[in-house]
Design a protein around this ligand. Structure first.
Ligand SMILES: Cc1ncc(COP(=O)(O)O)c(C=O)c1O
Length: 395
């Protein structure tokens, strides 16, 4: 049966990380994969997570399934973190939340519910968007359309182009937005631009869907959800796919949730029931470990304080690296790299051509995506000059 089964090429991002691992050059640098690295090049476990995990191991008396909707403490802690307590209170009966295996699982659950609600709707994604959005959404059968987003000539958002394209989005369509720290560009909407998008959603009747994978990595836990909370306050329905992989370092625990806001209690029951049914037919029950840890971190003021302090340090470190990297690149090339310090989160397009990205990989063992997307958090004081030299060598 498997004799003629085609072998698929490796995932474009994970394949490059594997190629870097196999590279024997001691000076190699991997800027491909989107995980937070500290100054020593390690992806750390938050202290608050370690403590919550230790307590969980002591207290846990069963490994029976958790409820299909997810762990109650996790769901309520996350709703408050993302929407803010005022929005949660105001919308108590009209909001539903279903735990999911990571942000990817949440995007898929959200897309499944949207497909059930309107099988003919289109999902508008930014050009470019995170490549994994495409299979996660199209595997439900929903079709994609692109709206202009990143302009390589300005290294910023082409907001005029975005608005012009989204003018075609109508009732039944979904517009997928990155809550903050746009992946791959690092170029985010300003608060005024979020307001415009929210007004368009109200006027045109499309449903906003927000992928929130980096809350706390841009400017802070609350500032980073300005756009999301504006959409929730103004528009009748919003779908949110949130992940704790990055901001709580729970990558391998697969910890996320899908949130649906709607007009009334009936729609909240409908979205929750559809999301649970989708989960049941794809993977059945949610993983517990990460959610039980996160629920404890969010509910315990000491752990929560420790977690937010560590997250702020990570965010400050990334923003410091952005400034340092900009200065060193400008000094080495005489070119303007100011955009690097203006962007948010872990990612940036360096603005190299595919040829140049391939050349630094072949000659300098500097690994970035072919699009020249790099993970700023993988830079550190011992590799930054090598990276700057390699980039300067092809410019
Ligand atoms: C834009 C975006 N959305 C969602 C995710 C989901 O991550 P996970 O499924 O690991 O929680 C990621 C991870 O890289 C991401 O970059």
């Amino acid at each position: 049966m498997f004799d003629d089964l085609p072998i698929l090429p490796p995932d474009s991002i994970l394949g490059l990380a594997a190629a870097c691992r196999a590279d024997t050059n001691p000076d190699k640098v991997d800027l491909t994969i989107g995980i937070y690295m500290d100054e020593t090049g390690a992806c750390p476990v938050f202290n608050a997570v370690k403590e919550a995990q230790r307590a969980l191991i002591d207290d846990e008396s069963t490994k029976a399934y958790i409820p299909p909707q997810g762990d109650e403490a996790f769901l309520s802690g996350m709703l408050e973190l993302i929407l803010g307590s005022a929005n949660v209170k105001a919308g108590r009966d009209t909001i539903s939340a279903v735990q999911a295996p990571g942000g990817c699982g949440a995007v898929r659950l959200g897309a499944e519910v949207l497909k059930a609600a309107d099988p003919t709707g289109k999902v508008w994604v930014s050009r470019p968007t995170w490549p994994v959005h495409v299979p996660l959404i199209t595997s439900t059968g929903l079709e994609l359309s692109e709206y202009r987003y990143y302009d390589p000539s300005t290294h910023g958002v082409d907001f005029e182009g975005m608005v012009a394209d989204l003018q075609q989005a109508t009732h039944g369509d979904v517009v997928l937005l990155h809550g903050c720290c746009h992946n791959p560009s690092g170029a985010d909407l300003s608060p005024d631009q979020w307001d415009v998008v929210a007004d368009m959603a109200v006027k045109q009747g499309f449903t906003p869907m927000v992928d929130l994978a980096y809350q706390g990595f841009g400017e802070g836990l609350d500032v980073d959800v300005y756009g999301l909370r504006t959409l929730v306050a103004k528009t009748p329905e919003v779908v949110i796919a949130a992940s704790l992989s990055k901001n709580m370092g729970l990558y391998r625990e697969r910890t996320g949730l899908a949130i649906f806001t709607g007009p009334d209690a009936r729609t909240a029951d409908a979205t929750a029931s559809q999301a649970k049914a989708a989960a049941r037919r794809i993977y059945s029950m949610p993983p517990a470990h990460g959610a039980l840890i996160a629920g404890r971190v969010l509910a315990n003021p000491l752990l929560r304080g420790g977690w937010t302090a560590e997250l702020e340090q990570m965010c400050d470190r990334i923003n410091g690296l952005r400034v340092d990297f900009r200065d060193r690149l400008q000094a080495a090339t005489g070119r303007d790299f100011g955009f690097i310090a203006r962007e948010k989160g872990m990612f940036s397009f360096l603005g190299l051509s595919e040829e140049q990205a391939l050349e630094v990989r072949a000659k300098r063992s500097l690994y970035m995506l072919n699009s020249s997307r790099i993970n700023i958090a993988s830079l550190n004081q011992s590799n930054m000059d090598r990276v700057v030299d390699a980039v300067a060598s092809v410019l």
